[in-house]
Design a protein around this ligand. Sequence first.
Ligand code: G6P
Length: 585
Amino acid sequence: MCGIIGYVGNQDASKIILEGLRTLEYRGYDSAGIAVLGDAGIEIRKDEGRIEEIDKKVKFGKMGGNLGIGHTRWATHGVPSKANAHPHSDCKGEIALIHNGVIENYRKLKEELLKKGHKFTSETDSEVIAHLIEEEKGKTFEERFLSALQKLEGSFAILAIAKGEKKIYGARRSSPMIIGAGKEEMFIASDIPAMLKHTKEFKVVEEGEMVVLGKGECRIIGIDNGKERTRKSFTVNWSAQSAKKDGYKHFMLKEINEQPKCVRDALASDVSSAAKLVASSDDLQMVACGSSYHSALVFKHLVQAECGKKCEVCIASEYAYSSVVGKNTCIIAISQSGETADTMSAVRFAKKKGARVIGITNVISSSLAREADECVSLNAGPEISVVATKTFMAQLAVLYKLAYEIGGKKDMIEKLKDVSHSIELALTKQGEIEKLAESLLQKQSFFYIGRGLFYPIALEGALKLKEITYLHAEGFAGGELKHGPLSLIEKGVPVIALAPNDETVHKMIGSIKECKARGAHVISISDSQEVKKESDECVMVDGVDASLFPFISICVLQLLAYYMAAKKELDPDKPRNLAKSVTVE
Ligand code: G6P
């Protein structure tokens, strides 16, 4: 949700920032802009649209400079337009500022600034910050910046540059921001992949901190008291190559194909401390959003049905409204980014009430990883496509391991070694799934059904399809069909049935028959000949332990959604209106 990047050093700032913005584009892509500091002052180029389209018009990479900031936007306040694109300026054009987050008191601040004669050129909340700094009294820009920050309510990751100042000023509250340290140069961005080409050494900017970056300077300061803080750096082993497409048409397809390796790496994560924390509590709850919420539902099923441990799952944004939480509660928060504002807010709410928190995330420098009492890493490497595929699969792997560890099921943990082979089997079906996608291109509405473990997989399959094809898709528990959704089934409507040969198979065959009797076109994913016979089409994947079939099913559903989007010539990596990391509530 909005990507920001800044550079100060000896190299061409505009080229480094443009390259960084391309990597960050998954965070927002309705408009973009860059500001650099030159001898004559600040130059800003920005517009509405995707970075490549804008670059053709404004030639970002030719701006030069050794210091600059860049932004790719996911609109919150104000429509996507050139005026609302960042960077924003003060009245004199001496400050350029970019912002990710939401300034909650912007109306009040704007009214005061308007009364003082400030002229605004956009509808954004962000522009207010530039004028606020301009208005501040203070000897140095640093003092004015700090004093403006102290007046802001809401969430922000801000970068600002000013005429005559060979420095980048940054600040963070609730929106992510990481410093990349180079030799005689400094980087700062929303995310690590944007800086990977240049450095492997990073420092986290913590909640409520301001930073001042110069060529050989990196100072971190508390916004509340203006005092300097020390920060250790950390290194990552992600390669710059892992954020490239490697010959695949889209990141999504590359990331789906990486899944056998991802689950192996995820299963290498140690879950023993997390399992102990769960065991020491008699109230287990989970919070998550989107795909991560679906993986939480899978865990709930496993831990309850197979390990007898009661577990509640709540959509993170709903948590504070109805939760009963206390000192005996253990919360498992799942978030690939570790920055989702809804999830972090549920975590902070629960912590305040005394709960202990286990974070499961792909980003070890994220807010979730730092604020949780125990953290389990997904080890999936950077995921660039907006929709979750390999991180969802890595979540399943880690959550299976955790559930079996809690239940003391060593034999089942042993079986997990076959997961990556199961996914490889599903990947051999790509040609077949591509043809299936072709045959479904004219359909408008899709229903996904499953029972038990496969109900959340049906939800995730439907989410994948709607996210990237913009078609109507809904997931249902197989047994629920007859209680309402069946009225939506008519001739030719595709129903995708997840029907493995397990204890749900006979009831699933019943659900398939109910749909077929109303004219549905049933496509099943199964390892059962009987299911195949009852379906119009069947993606058969057999020879795998029944407990691992969820991994196979979701891989098939990801591929189906991917090929449908690709054949419709939609960009599955950047679906409209969505952002990968949603840092506003
Ligand atoms: C956004 C993304 C979804 C993702 C959700 C949760 O809405 O578009 O794909 O599942 O956030 O993200 P998280 O990083 O918390 O797993």
